[in-house]
Design a protein around this ligand. Structure first.
Ligand SMILES: [Zn+2]
Length: 117
C-alpha cells in the first residue's frame, strides 16, 4: 500500500478510535449515574439494571472494536496493513474502505464466520 493511501486509512482509524473512546467513557459515566440515582421501587430497579446491562454490552462492543483499531494502527506502523492476517493476500480495497480495521480478506472472513479458520 502506498504512503498516501496508508495515511488516509490512518486518519480514519484515528478518528474512529477517538469517537469510540468518547463513547466508552460516556457510557461509563452513564453507568455510574444509573447507579447513583435513588431507586424507589422494583420497576425502577429493573429499569436501572436494564440500562446498566445495555450500556455494558454497548461498551463491550466498543472495546472490541477499539482493540481491532489498535491492531490495525500497529499493522500500519509495521507495514503489514491491508494484508489478510490469515492468508497474507491483499484485503480487497472496497472491504478496507468499508471496514478499515478489517483483519481478514472477504474469503477468510467468511471461513472464520463458518468456524473454519
Ligand atoms: Zn485471507
Amino acid at each position: 500500500m502506498d504512503k498516501k493511501k496508508a495515511g488516509i486509512f490512518r486518519k480514519r482509524l484515528l478518528a474512529k478510535q477517538e469517537e469510540l473512546l468518547r463513547q466508552v467513557s460516556k457510557s461509563e459515566q452513564d453507568g455510574r449515574q444509573a447507579d447513583g440515582e435513588a431507586t424507589q421501587d422494583i420497576a425502577d430497579k429493573a429499569a436501572n439494571s436494564y440500562t446498566k446491562e445495555f450500556l455494558f454490552h454497548q461498551s463491550d462492543d466498543n472495546r472490541r472494536m477499539l482493540q481491532l483499531i489498535t491492531e490495525a494502527l500497529e499493522r500500519l506502523k509495521n507495514g503489514s496493513y491491508g494484508l489478510c492476517v490469515a492468508c497474507h493476500e491483499e484485503v480487497q480495497h472496497k472491504r478496507l474502505e468499508a471496514v478499515p480495521w478489517a483483519r481478514h480478506c472477504i474469503e477468510c472472513q467468511e471461513k472464520q464466520e463458518q468456524g473454519l479458520l
